[in-house]
Design a protein around this ligand. Structure first.
Ligand code: CA2
Length: 151
């Protein structure tokens, strides 16, 4: 089973600045972690990053089609700052009907007030916040548990 891991704006800068907030790992490290986490659970992670809202909307639509056709378990999505601004991403997730696990590296609720609201949480299948980059592996685990419910 396949999982799509999407990272949004500025996450390509991971590991270059703000290590106190986001840690020292780079986006390449995050993507390797996701691929390993998926493989360990018998799945495969495809990782993409974009700084452009419309590109992320298109990828969510594409994921909806792949999910309907049984080719994709769902999406692990760190939408970066678009989390707090994007009704377009909210509508895309709702319209695509694909399970999306929202991830944030930092605990957004312990930060500035403008990071406390998410337009994605209401349409997400689950949320993982504040576990650093381990949150991506936790989200992959959660997504696969929802896709293949067991005992
Ligand atoms: O905690 C998260 O994962 C965030 O989604 C990260 C976003 C932020 O806008 C959200 O409120 C929370 C920011 C990603 C930008 O990351 C940078 C990393 C290094 C240097 C500059 C930005």
């Amino acid at each position: 089973m396949k999982i799509l891991v999407l990272n949004g704006p500025n996450l390509n800068l991971l590991g270059t600045r703000e290590p106190a907030v986001y840690g020292a790992a780079t986006l390449a490290d995050v993507e390797r972690l996701c691929q390993e986490a998926a493989q360990q659970r018998g799945a495969e992670a495809e990782c993409r990053q974009s700084n452009h809202e419309g590109v992320l909307v298109d990828w969510i639509h594409e994921a909806g089609v792949a999910h309907r056709e049984g080719r994709l378990a769902g999406v692990v999505f760190n939408a970066g700052a678009y989390t707090h601004t994007s009704i377009a991403l909210h509508d895309a997730i709702k319209g695509a009907g694909v399970p999306v696990i929202e991830v944030h590296i930092s605990n957004v609720h312990a930060r500035e007030a403008f990071r406390h609201h998410s337009w994605l949480s209401a349409v997400a299948a689950g949320i993982v916040v504040g576990f650093g980059i381990d949150g991506y592996a936790l989200a992959i685990e959660g997504l696969l548990r929802k896709a293949r419910p067991g005992p």
